[in-house]
Design a protein around this ligand. Structure first.
Ligand code: UDP
Length: 240
């Protein structure tokens, strides 16, 4: 059995532990929630369990669709066994509908559907406020090669197709989401991190009710219930 050992890293929502296998780590999901570069902080009771549950389920579905991920197995309610990666410090955001920072930057109202998905890259640097980067910046600063950026973009598009279908069959609009990728010991790029109501915008397809972290960011109330509803739908059977 793979046992959790020393702590490798503690982030805002997760702790990563080393294991007795140097190629494996354990992600432990906390209830801590932050927004606006850590300026807003609270705990959302049961969030860690929900985010681990949705992530394990969706990584399994993506693997079946041929996407390479770091997911090995779910160890417990809050623990996921993962392949060890060196995370590329980019947030890869894919959007199907205008919302959040894109609405602010473009002046286009939230809820306007995009004609085709947009993929964006942000530099994972809290001290800089996670600025958006172009592909030229990413290559110039040697964050990733041009080939790797191409791989990230294609992976994001494929993941978007798989997730959009999965969500729409369960009465959810996948508005946008953030992915993180990393390199394994051989340099192969795998999907890492998590896929959860913390990292996706999910709206009820009919009512457009928000079932994601915007309930926390915007003080909309019913946070725990909305996360639970999203998780039950994501991990449940197709409705149509
Ligand atoms: N996102 C995330 N972590 C971040 C920033 C964004 O998971 O540090 C997700 C967010 O939940 C949304 C998508 O990425 O699903 C796009 O977020 P956006 O750029 O609109 O920023 P926000 O409005 O959340 O600040």
């Amino acid at each position: 059995m793979t046992q959790q050992q020393a702590q490798l890293y503690e982030g805002k929502a997760k702790i990563v532990y080393v294991t007795d296998d140097p190629t494996r780590v354990i992600q432990y999901f906390k209830d801590d929630a932050t927004a606006f570069d850590g300026k807003k902080k609270d705990t959302i009771s049961g969030k860690g369990v929900i985010n681990n549950r949705t992530s394990c389920h969706l990584f399994g579905i993506l693997e079946q669709a041929g996407v390479k991920t770091h997911f090995v197995e779910k160890l417990s309610e809050r623990e996921m066994l993962c392949r060890k990666l060196k995370i590329i410090p980019l947030e890869v955001v894919t959007r199907n509908v205008v919302a959040g920072s894109l609405s602010k930057r473009s002046g286009v109202a939230e809820g306007v559907a995009l004609e085709r998905p947009i993929v964006e890259f942000y530099y994972k640097r809290d001290d800089l406020g996670d600025p958006m980067l172009t592909e030229d910046h990413i290559a110039a600063f040697r964050i990733a090669t041009e080939d790797e950026v191409h791989t990230l973009r294609e992976a994001a598009r494929k993941i978007n197709q798989v997730l959009c279908k999965h969500m729409s069959e369960r009465g959810l609009d996948l508005v946008d989401f953030k992915l993180e990728f990393g390199r394994d010991a051989t340099g192969q790029i795998l999907l890492g991190d998590e896929i959860s109501p913390d990292t996706c915008r999910l709206w009820d397809s009919k009512t457009k009710e928000k079932l994601d972290k915007d309930r926390f960011r915007r003080d909309l109330g019913r946070i725990e219930e909305s996360y639970q509803d999203a998780a039950d739908r994501i991990c449940g059977e197709a409705r149509q």
